[in-house]
Design a protein around this ligand. Structure first.
Ligand SMILES: [Fe+2]
Ligand SMILES: [Fe+2]
Length: 357
């Protein structure tokens, strides 16, 4: 939960005084008695209560109210020189990108930033589908329902925000590969049939998006409209990531040995796939941007130390959670190495990482 305040501070810094904060409701609806929900640690339910109240009275945003789409200075002109790749993008440091004409650099930056935004919206649509599957299985009075429904409501605004940005900045990009989009309804079923794995999938998508957005803002940002969108997203995403970690901490002690081993083995693979989808342009988008195959191969490869460090850093909080839950053990450590998401677990959630330095 420590990262929440930092992200909101970051949002305020970028969004400025225009942040619209919801008025406090006349009365915050009390959470029900926990007696029918079974055992559990009180502090977990206190966290849910805090998160639910923060979603109601804390900073929250709407795509078509809080983003200055048509305000002067925020227009998405295709030739705007403010389009530039942030320094945290491995593509920004390639000889290929550096040698492009100014016009082409602007075009690549616009399409690359839009591709990541579009992929973020596609991931969040998966989260909506799987999230409603998950909620179907909850008993009445379980406070997870109220909080997670707040989260899905926020994701609806994020999807609207990301899609509107895509429509206006680079409608020619497609985001995630078509084969993956076709599997989304099947993956979403995990929300009800294998929620522990589904929550790892949530983190595998949310952690890389959050990492890219926060570090891009810290590095000075890009186009001001995208900066505003990223700041809004980072502020709300802090709650979402906090909940996914808390849910796993609360529920993993109930897991059987086989389930624990299987999730421990699959999580690094899921992290690697999600990082690939979110951080690396798809084949179709790479072709659109005109990125040569050898540049793609060399840049987004573990042979590139900067990329290697980035994917390890992005996975640090998930590694820490898996270690605490007994899912990152001598029997599963090889899988983290194999997929390149190994490294030191973070000492606390949101610990600043080396690749962002
Ligand atoms: Fe989101
Ligand atoms: Fe989220």
């Amino acid at each position: 939960m420590g990262a929440v305040g930092g992200s909101i501070g970051l949002a305020r810094k970028v969004v400025g005084t225009g942040v619209r904060v919801a008025a406090a409701p006349l009365a915050v609806v009390p959470l029900p008695s926990l007696s029918r929900i079974g055992g559990g640690k009180q502090d977990y339910f206190d966290t849910l209560r805090t998160l639910s109240q923060a979603s109601t009275t804390g900073p929250h945003f709407e795509a078509f109210i809080d983003v200055p789409w048509d305000q002067p200075g925020f227009g998405l002109d295709k030739n705007d020189e403010r389009w530039q790749l942030p320094g945290i993008d491995p593509l920004a440091h390639t000889d290929w990108y550096q040698s492009l004409s100014k016009e082409r650099q602007i075009e690549v930056a616009r399409q690359r930033m839009t591709a990541m935004t579009k992929t973020g919206s596609q991931f969040e649509q998966l989260l909506l589908l799987g999230g409603t599957q998950f909620l179907m299985g909850l008993q009445n009075e379980n406070p997870e329902f109220r909080y997670f429904m707040h989260e899905l409501t926020e994701e609806c605004h994020h999807i609207q925000m990301f899609q509107e940005f895509t429509n206006r900045s680079a409608p020619e990009i497609t985001g995630a590969p078509a084969w993956l989009l076709k599997t989304i309804p099947v993956i979403a079923l995990l929300g009800s049939v294998w929620p522990t794995l589904f929550f790892q999938i949530i983190l595998a998508g949310e952690e890389p998006i959050d990492h890219v957005q926060k570090n891009a803002l810290r590095a000075g940002g890009s186009h001001p409209l995208l900066d505003r969108i990223m700041a809004i997203h980072a502020a709300e995403e802090a709650r979402h990531i906090g909940f996914a970690h808390a849910w796993l901490e609360h529920h993993t002690p109930e897991m059987g040995a086989v389930n624990r081993f299987a999730v421990g083995l699959l999580t690094p693979l899921i992290m690697r796939i999600a990082i690939q989808i979110i951080m690396v342009p798809s084949r179709a988008d790479a072709e659109l941007m005109g990125i040569p195959e050898d540049v793609m191969r060399d840049t987004f490869s573990r042979r590139n130390e900067a990329f290697r460090r980035m994917i390890s850093d992005v996975s640090a909080d998930v590694r820490a959670g898996c270690e605490d839950a007994g899912m990152l053990t001598a029997r599963t450590r090889w899988a983290w190495r194999k997929w390149g998401v190994d490294g030191r677990p973070s000492r606390f959630r949101g610990e600043p990482v080396s690749s962002a330095a």
